[in-house]
Design a protein around this ligand. Structure first.
Ligand code: ACO
Length: 426
């Protein structure tokens, strides 16, 4: 049965249809609102606005549920490969054996990057942030890789190129920032192994690929693979709605992800924990600062627009931290600081009342440190993981029969009309 909500405005009743999602969540369809009433809606930060219908990722922020194409993220983290997860997100179902083999072959074929791109890297100042470099380089890819004849072929190849090359480019930027020779991808290594090898192998110290590190990276990337309409994904969709090419749309997503309130939080968390640790390890002061309304400081790695309970990804990350550090027999004092900080906040009325729990970024940096990733590469690691999600969301928006260019409205609060005053009379 069709459901409606009724809005009464200046004596006129307007029936607005309700849309129901496959998990029962409901939205008021306001697409006729302005035509019928002259009104628009105002929702800063889009906290109550659904921007699209999507069949990719389901999350329930109250219950702490996250599923990709219907499969709980916990199951994928336990059993799937990152490649399978990418295929699932982009194609809507798990690949069979042949499809997975074909994907591996295609990713291997496209894993090299044009050697002329190297010159770009070398001309960035050495201190450049790798996220700025990555965003620029992904945008530059459009100039290096020619267009193909059919749109379908073009999209398939571009998707493969992005999944295969962004990983190579990220490792390349790290090697160049250290002044080291670039390590090329190898056909005998898996997606995760290849990345670690390109990052850490050197002619004088061959990299020993550790099973535990590969597994941690797999889980890290799967947990980051999609998260419905977050800031960077919405940016990809919005820029994509202008029918810009996929490389540029992804480059926009990378730029948005860089922000410390979004993906950049993983770097900010480690810097915060380091700061606490280096100043005697007392978390009290930083908690006080986070609660102080006159201080803009926020506890990094805490809080989420949608999750009002423990982020299910953070639960897996926390467990992974313990398991990984034990397996590779290292200790990290920042893990103790993180646990202490979490314990204190979970008892603190401010954090309880505001529903502030650790998010994915709170423990992920400890894992990345343990496998040797430098702090300024943390958000790049997030970006590689989020790539399949951005691609899937972009594809879905391109195929949407109700596609429109994204173009929000506003309520104007500036001057009303007045006349231009010549300079001598001002
Ligand atoms: N520390 C202290 N207080 C916080 C925090 C925090 N980390 N997060 C939110 N709050 C408080 C706000 O001060 C506000 O308090 P008030 O209502 O008393 O004024 C209330 O909680 C609601 O905060 P909003 O900013 O309205 O929440 P919003 O949903 O817009 O923001 C966000 C979500 C950006 C993630 C926020 O929680 C934050 O800044 N967290 C720290 C940065 C971070 O970890 N980002 C990563 C998010 S996950 C991701 O993007 C991958």
């Amino acid at each position: 049965m069709d459901e409606f909500v009724t809005l009464t405005y200046r004596g006129k009743e307007v029936k607005l249809p309700l849309v129901t999602g496959s998990e029962g969540e409901k939205a008021i369809d306001i697409s006729r609102l302005r035509a019928e009433t002259g009104l628009i809606t105002l929702d800063p930060g889009y906290a109550n606005t659904g921007s699209c219908l999507s069949a990719i990722t389901f999350m329930d922020g109250e219950k702490g549920i996250l599923r990709y194409r219907g499969i709980p993220v916990e199951q994928l983290a336990e059993k799937a490969s990152f490649k399978e997860t990418a295929y699932l997100l982009i194609n809507g179902r798990l690949p069979n054996r042949d499809e997975l083999t074909q994907l591996s072959v295609r990713l291997n074929d496209h894993s090299l990057v044009h050697t002329d791109l190297k010159a770009f890297y070398q001309n960035f100042p050495r201190a450049s942030h790798p996220m700025g470099i990555l965003s620029s380089m992904v945008n530059a890819m459009k100039s290096f890789y020619p267009e193909l004849d059919t749109l379908e072929e073009e999209i398939n190849i571009t998707v493969t190129r992005l999944l295969a090359k962004v990983r190579t480019m990220a490792a390349m930027s790290y090697k160049i920032s250290r002044g080291h020779e670039i390590v090329l991808p190898r056909p005998d290594l898996t997606y995760c192994e290849n990345f670690l090898n390109m990052m850490f192998d050197t002619p004088v110290t061959p990299y020993e690929i550790k099973r535990e590190a590969v597994n941690a990276l797999r889980v890290f990337w799967i947990l980051h693979a999609d998260h419905e309409q977050n800031c960077s994904t919405s940016s990809v969709r919005m820029v994509g709605s202008a029918r810009v090419n996929l490389y540029t749309a992804i480059s926009t997503g990378i730029a948005a992800l860089w922000g410390p309130l979004h993906g950049g939080a993983n770097q900010a968390v480690i810097e915060m924990l380091d700061n606490i640790h280096n100043n005697g390890g007392d978390c009290t002061k930083i908690i006080q600062r986070a609660k102080d309304k006159n201080d803009p400081f926020r506890l990094m790695g805490f809080g989420h627009r949608v999750y009002k309970t423990y982020d299910p990804r953070a639960k897996i990350m926390k467990k992974m931290c313990d398991n990984l550090l034990a397996a590779i027999q290292i200790t990290d004092p920042l893990l103790d600081t993180a646990k202490e900080l979490e314990e204190m906040t979970l008892k603190d009325p401010y954090f309880i009342d505001h529903n502030l729990y650790p998010n994915i970024d709170f423990y992920s940096g400890i894992i990345l440190r343990a496998i040797g990733i430098p702090t300024n590469m943390f958000t790049v690691m997030f970006a590689i993981g989020r790539l399949p999600g951005w691609i899937a969301q972009w594809k879905e928006s391109m195929d949407d029969p109700n596609w429109k260019i994204s173009r929000p409205r506003q309520i104007y609060t500036g001057h009303q009309q007045y006349d231009y005053v010549p300079i001598h009379a001002r």
